[in-house]
Design a protein around this ligand. Structure first.
Ligand code: SF4
Length: 287
């Protein structure tokens, strides 16, 4: 016989089952809603990034720049010859890389404009120079007088401007020392120009804090690059004498759509025939 107590127990257990099931269903609904919101956000993020990427100014340069050589992990000798001898194709970067470049450019622009206003006409900003023997292009951020010693007065100085994120800026300023790349780049400009005073100004991209690092001119940093410059010049001269002679493609450059060629400014010339390449010749190289 079912007692009142049994009935009450039964009702309580049924309620408990329902509430567990309700909670479970609510949690599934909440998860599905959260996922839908996340998917929606991702859809719109991808869309605005695609627009940002599509609107970038494609980077298009002319000639072989020093930075094409020493910023690379591995040199493509074919590319070095092509960049010197032929017009480059525009390179389209990812939205994130574009934004990084643009942020860096904005920092450079601010410094160049302010130093120019402070010093007037004595300053050279982003002036392209040509190293005459190797015919390499290089562009110091600023060449401007700077007073290193009050007794001597302002001396011509190579200024390099660098932007770093907060963590890197703190690391550099607290532990001291600039990245080797920054020192090498500035020293190279000093070597080419004969201006041996070097100042590297770094700015914190997050806080705009600034630190200026004097760099001691040290020619021994640069001379190990001479064999590379010599080899490029030899390969360029060989190609100019006989346009069918060109270093081989890298193994990974199997087609213009492969990853490395897509970001290579020499890709069009690289995958053109000897005949097609004639249309792409840089006059200054072939005169
Ligand atoms: S596409 Fe590849 S092989 Fe051709 S020049 Fe560029 S990096 Fe070199």
């Amino acid at each position: 016989m079912t007692t009142m107590a049994d009935k009450a127990r039964r009702m309580l257990l049924d309620d408990a089952d329902d509430s567990v099931e309700d909670n479970y269903i609510q949690s599934l609904d909440a998860q599905a809603e959260a996922k839908a919101r996340k998917d929606e956000r991702k859809k719109h993020t991808d869309k605005v990034l695609a627009l940002y990427q599509a609107g970038q100014k494609p980077s298009l340069r002319d000639g072989l720049h020093v930075s094409d050589i020493f910023h690379r992990k591995a040199i493509c000798w074919r590319k070095m010859v092509l960049l010197y001898c032929y017009q480059q194709n525009p390179v389209v970067h990812s939205a994130m890389l574009t934004a990084r470049f643009e942020t860096g450019n904005a920092i450079h622009g601010r410094w160049q404009e302010n130093i120019a206003r402070a010093l007037g006409e004595e300053i050279h900003v982003e002036m392209q120079h040509v190293e005459t023997f190797w015919k390499l292009l290089f562009t110091p951020d600023i060449i401007a007088p700077y007073e290193w010693d009050e007794a001597i007065g302002p001396e011509p100085t190579i200024w390099e401007i660098k932007g770093y994120n907060d963590a890197e800026f703190r690391r550099l300023t607290l532990k001291g020392g600039l990245p080797t790349d920054a020192i090498l780049q500035a020293t190279l400009y000093a070597w080419f120009t004969g201006i041996h005073r070097i100042l590297v100004v770094i700015e914190n991209k997050n806080t705009q804090a600034v630190a200026a690092f004097p760099v001691e001119y040290d020619e021994s940093l640069v001379t190990p690059l001479v064999p590379t410059f010599d080899r490029i010049k030899m390969l360029v001269d060989e190609h100019l004498a006989d346009a069918t002679i060109l270093p081989d493609r890298l193994d990974e450059c199997t087609s213009p759509d492969a990853d490395v060629p897509k970001s290579c400014a020499g890709c069009t010339a690289c995958f053109s025939s000897n005949q097609q390449r004639i249309q792409l010749r840089r006059k200054v190289a072939w005169e």
